[in-house]
Ligand binder design. Structure first.
Ligand SMILES: Cc1cc2nc3c(=O)[nH]c(=O)nc-3n(C[C@H](O)[C@H](O)[C@H](O)COP(=O)(O)OP(=O)(O)OC[C@H]3O[C@@H](n4cnc5c(N)ncnc54)[C@H](O)[C@@H]3O)c2cc1C
Length: 354
């Protein structure tokens, strides 16, 4: 099969591949995306939550002041471009577990650092029929969820219409390298970008990268109540799509849902919410994580026609838009990559393995 050459072949169409594909299409680049869909890929099972204040101690997430304004603009533009709906801003409420925590947040709320993300601090019970919160809690703004299945579907339809989608397994044995380009099954390209999530662990060219699979499970529930807030403490509950998640099981590589995962989620959910629900489903997936929790972008140290956009870890929804732009500007114009995300930080692992 010989086809017109393209600028880029992207392998994988999860959040990484979808965001990167849009950035390249906006710049009028010729692309082909090769993706063999997997129902359990991280992007398809994710609840799609985005939240600038995260973690057990609730701190502003890395680069929040850049990521959150950018993601809003990006997903709205993507909705307009694909003619679909998937971006859902929504407040997030996190109950306090003690008076001490409440006091600590009263102090923090005065800081300009947090002000733009805080809608309100509730000092006593709020929405008692929905959430257990005897000490009140934090109502955060600039949060919400991306309906990841709809987003991926919308980008896929756009690619299909443009004749830029190959729905098949990408077979590295079919690669042919030339001096400054690479050919895959007769399609020439200046670069191939691997956006293959945790599957990159099985790549002949990139298995040396320290991407680890971190298993997560989610539940889907149904409920007769109407809720307009995401609740989050121990677990999150996203209304509309009614997803509850997620577990973090780093040593479990079994490709299946577990009773332990379900029990953990149900126990935490019962501590958090006060409304009735019924479990209707359970899913699992592997997040592509890195040792330093930063994305992984850059070129193969030897085969410079091969590039990687990966390492989105637990926060693909907020990281993928911003870093797909940084990565595209770097590929196209040589603009600087964010050092913390540059895969050069791990390239010595390649030379050790070669
Ligand atoms: C249970 C769970 C809940 C999560 N919840 C959230 C959340 O609420 N918010 C958030 O921001 N993040 C969340 N995440 C993390 C988020 O899902 C990931 O950061 C993100 O989806 C990673 O996207 P990706 O495109 O790199 O990888 P993937 O989603 O794994 O996509 C890779 C794609 O490449 C394809 N592929 C791989 N190899 C090949 C090949 N050889 N040939 C063809 N196709 C190939 C795969 O089929 C897949 O379609 C969650 C993850 C899990 C598992």
């Amino acid at each position: 099969m010989t086809q017109q050459p393209v600028d880029y072949i992207l392998v994988g169409q999860g959040l990484a591949g979808s965001c990167l594909a849009l950035q390249l299409l906006y710049r009028q680049k010729k692309i082909v995306v090769i993706d063999q869909p997997t129902p359990t890929s991280a992007s398809r099972v994710a609840a799609g939550l985005f939240n600038p204040i995260t973690g057990k101690v609730m701190e502003k997430t890395w680069l929040a002041d850049d990521l959150f304004p950018y993601l809003e603009k990006f997903y709205r533009q993507a909705e307009a471009y694909t003619g679909s709906s998937f971006y859902h801003p929504m407040p997030l409420y996190r109950p306090f577990i003690s008076i001490e925590e409440q006091n600590a947040w009263m102090g923090k709320s005065a800081s300009a650092d947090y002000e733009q993300y805080l809608e309100h601090i509730h000092l006593s019970t709020w929405h008692a029929n929905e959430v257990h919160n005897p000490f009140g809690g934090l109502l955060l703004k600039r949060c919400g969820y991306l309906n990841t299945k709809n987003f991926i579907h919308a980008v896929r339809s756009t690619l299909r219409i443009q004749g830029a989608l190959l729905e098949e397994f990408f077979d590295e044995d079919q690669l042919q390298f030339e001096a400054e380009s690479v050919t895959y099954k007769g399609i020439g390209a200046s670069s191939i970008v691997y956006c293959t999530g945790e599957q990159i662990r099985h790549s002949r060219n990139f298995s040396w990268l320290p991407i680890r699979a971190l298993k997560g499970e989610t539940l889907t529930i149904s409920s007769p109540v109407s809720v307009n807030t995401i609740y989050n403490r121990g677990v999150y509950v996203v209304p509309d799509i009614w997803k509850v998640g997620a577990t973090y099981a780093k040593d479990d590589l079994r490709p299946e849902i577990t009773e332990a995962g379900k029990t953990e989620l149900v126990e935490k959910l019962n501590e958090l919410i006060a409304f009735p629900y019924r479990i209707t489903g359970q899913e699992w997936g592997f997040r592509p994580t890195t040792p330093d929790r930063r994305p992984m972008l850059g070129l193969h140290p030897k085969y410079t026609q091969l590039a990687v956009f990966n390492g989105l870890g637990t926060k693909g929804v907020s990281l993928a838009p911003y870093f797909s732009e940084i990565f595209t500007d770097w590929l196209e114009n040589g603009s600087p990559l964010n050092n913390a995300a540059d895969l050069n930080r791990y390239k010595s692992l390649y030379w050790k393995s070669a």
